[in-house]
Design a protein. Structure first.
Length: 297
């Protein structure tokens, strides 16, 4: 992942106020939102950058680190620790110029790159862990119903992922070692992938359970019958009891969503019956209902 200038992404300068950032973020988020730009990969990429920029610049601590360290802002704490260590080391070693003054080399430069003092004593290079990368992966609900493999490209590097069935919207997983390269031989950072799950089904998902409202004819609700109901893995035959009332709920065990990293375990499918009251009747049907009314049914 290349370095992104968050101020440039939002069209702001470094002296932008919190109010400016909030206002510009809302404006751009509406403009590039995926719902308003379906199947537009460039708009989706822009939307992700806008969210990333807002997340950093709207947080005072993160913004301070970003302004000071730029692309390496996530390693700010490590830099500060290294600077403190250098100062303590210099104080104890007492390096001096030939004129007697204390050497005043850049702490940050030495912490980052090591180097020589120029007075015969070598400095040990300090290693830093690489920057962590964050990415979002947009999937459909049917995509995550089964475990499957997916290839994504990060920093021109193809990464083959196995995505377990049952991942949640907003869930984040870590791919170790696929972040930015380490500094001075340090270990690479990690890649954090956050899933954005789009519901492309007629079901409502809540954890591992699925919910759906189905309409049944009045006659079947009164007399009972069988119906075929869709699930995410095919149709099932369901018996409707005679005298079924409106808003009756039935539970189909094991017909819900797979449990994350629990092979073969599923939640339930809960169906809510909505009895369909006819609004238009033929003359014959009206006569039948009239006959029923006379029985005080």
């Amino acid at each position: 992942m290349e370095f992104i200038d968050y101020y440039k992404v939002l069209g702001l300068t470094k002296n932008a106020s919190v109010s400016d950032i909030k206002k510009q973020y809302r404006k751009l988020a509406r403009k590039y939102h995926p719902d308003l730009n379906p199947n537009d990969a460039e708009a989706e990429k822009k939307f992700k950058q806008i969210n990333e920029a807002n997340e950093v610049l709207s947080d005072p601590e993160k913004r301070k680190k970003y302004d000071q360290y730029g692309k390496d802002w996530q390693q700010a704490e490590e830099f500060e620790k290294a600077r403190s260590a250098r100062r303590r080391q210099r104080s104890s070693e007492g390096y001096t110029y030939s004129g007697g003054g204390t050497a005043d080399f850049s702490d940050f430069f030495e912490a980052m790159f090591g180097g020589q003092t120029g007075f015969g004593s070598g400095r040990q290079q300090v290693q830093f862990r690489g920057q962590d990368y964050n990415a979002k992966l947009r999937l459909s609900l049917t995509d995550v119903y089964t475990t499957h493999k997916r290839t994504i490209t990060v920093n021109d590097k193809n990464i083959r992922l196995t995505i377990p069935a049952g991942v949640e919207d907003g869930q984040t997983i870590k791919i170790k070692g696929y972040g930015g390269p380490g500094i001075q031989g340090g270990p690479p950072g990690d890649l954090y992938i956050t899933f954005s799950i789009v519901n492309n089904t007629a079901f409502k998902r809540d954890g591992v359970n699925l919910y759906k409202t189905i309409q049944i004819p009045l006659t079947k609700a009164v007399l009972g019958d069988t119906v075929f109901v869709d699930t995410l893995n095919g149709k099932v035959k369901l018996k409707i009891q005679a005298g079924t009332k409106n808003s009756t709920r039935v539970r189909l065990k094991g017909k819900g969503f797979p449990k994350y990293k629990k092979e073969g375990e599923f939640g339930d499918l809960l169906l809510n019956y909505e009895v369909d009251i006819p609004t238009t009747l033929t003359e014959e049907q009206k006569q039948l209902f009239e006959a029923l009314r006379k029985t005080n049914l």
